[in-house]
Design a protein around this ligand. Structure first.
Ligand code: TXA
Ligand code: MG
Length: 333
């Protein structure tokens, strides 16, 4: 299949391809999504094929209006309306009981459905033109890093999908927050909308994920990974670990003021939102420049870093305590 590359003026073409049952990668404010017409089960099924994703990892339905929630969900609790009115369009996904008309191919046979209304203007134009919702997982091969530019999508899915609509770099660069509202509100995947934001809207506490939570289908421990192994290193050990590195080529993502003397070093922005926006891109760059290991300085504690810490824990094969062992293994290869 030849993949079409569409510039930002080609939203009509993107909608036309979706309407014809094709897969089209679209920009969102979080990461690029691989859209399919949510009312066309064959198109939705093709998404799993293109990504190499197991059928039991359900997809998020992307709506074009807040009111559409009532079609996809069996019932919409008042808290869901309140959150949607406050945070949509935006990076919050709500998990609700599924409506009768939702196809099993979308939910992987579960009795819940994930819904979100994205904030990217091009995505919204395509939805408006199409006139109905689309499913959209991140537009990467299964288990790989989510793409934050059209070029990243090309490297992941060229020849496997109908088109990519280029909307530039994604503003957040990390996937949406997923909030389960089928019981006591529970964050299944931390993201740009924080627990504090949600609590302020609901006026009651929300449960936070435990480390390595598997509550979200497909939210397995090994996810969001580049190809090179990632080691998470505490700030005060970075210089020492770098000094002991035996790998031929290694990259280091560090915070300002902590640049090691050797290695392919990239200084990350000190603010959580900017750090998040650059993280996947920098990990991809390090893979592409042939790094055998990527060392990442552990980000600070604090609520604003919680989505970043979550993704880094999943990306990492090791923390500094194990680094010496891995180093020795590399040396003896
Ligand atoms: O920011 C985002 O959410 C991006 C953009 C494209 O919107 N989408 C995204 O989709 O990250 P995906 O499929 O890569 O990640 C969604 C996660 C998956 O782990 C999926 O299994 C889970 O949400 N999920 C979707 N529906 C679910 C459901 N009904 N129950 C449990 N988990 C669900
Ligand atoms: Mg994904």
């Amino acid at each position: 299949m030849k993949t079409e590359y569409l510039d930002k003026s080609a939203t009509d073409r993107a909608a036309e391809l979706l309407s014809a049952g094709q897969l089209v990668a679209l920009p969102t404010e979080t990461v690029y999504g691989l859209a399919a017409d949510a009312s066309n089960p064959a198109a939705v099924a093709a998404t799993f094929q293109a990504k190499g994703r197991p059928a039991d990892h359900p997809l998020i339905v992307h709506l074009s209006s807040v009111e559409e929630m009532a079609f996809w969900a069996a019932s919409v609790p008042p808290e869901a309306w309140a959150l949607a009115n406050k945070f949509w369009p935006g990076p919050l996904t709500l998990l609700l009981e599924r409506g009768k008309l939702v196809d099993d191919v979308i939910t992987g046979g579960r009795d819940t459905v994930a819904l979100r209304l994205p904030a990217h203007p091009l995505f919204l134009l395509v939805l408006k033109r199409l006139g109905r919702a689309v499913t959209a997982p991140s537009a990467n091969r299964h288990k790989r890093l989510s793409p934050t530019s059209a070029e990243h999508v090309r490297r992941e899915l060229d020849g496997r999908i109908g088109a990519v609509l280029d909307g530039g770099d994604c503003a957040f660069g990390l996937e949406s927050t997923i909030l389960d509202l089928t019981g006591t509100p529970l964050i299944l995947r931390p993201g740009p909308i924080s627990a504090t934001d949600i609590e302020a809207c609901l006026g009651r506490p929300v449960a936070q994920p435990t480390e390595h939570s598997v509550a979200v289908a497909g939210n397995m421990r090994e996810h969001y990974r580049p190809q090179a192994p990632v080691w998470l290193v505490p700030a005060d050990s970075l210089e020492t670990v770098v000094g002991q590195m035996q790998a031929g080529r290694f990259g280091v993502l560090h915070l300002p003021g902590n640049r090691p003397a050797v290695g392919q070093c990239v200084e990350m922005p000190p603010a959580a939102q900017d750090f998040g926006a650059h993280l996947y891109r920098q990990m991809r760059n390090m893979d592409e420049s042939g790094c055998e290991v990527i060392l990442i300085e552990e980000p600070p504690a604090g609520a604003t870093w919680s989505a970043i810490r979550d993704r880094l824990r999943r990306a990492a094969v090791s923390v500094a305590a194990e680094a010496r062992v891995i180093n020795e293994a590399l040396q003896s290869q």
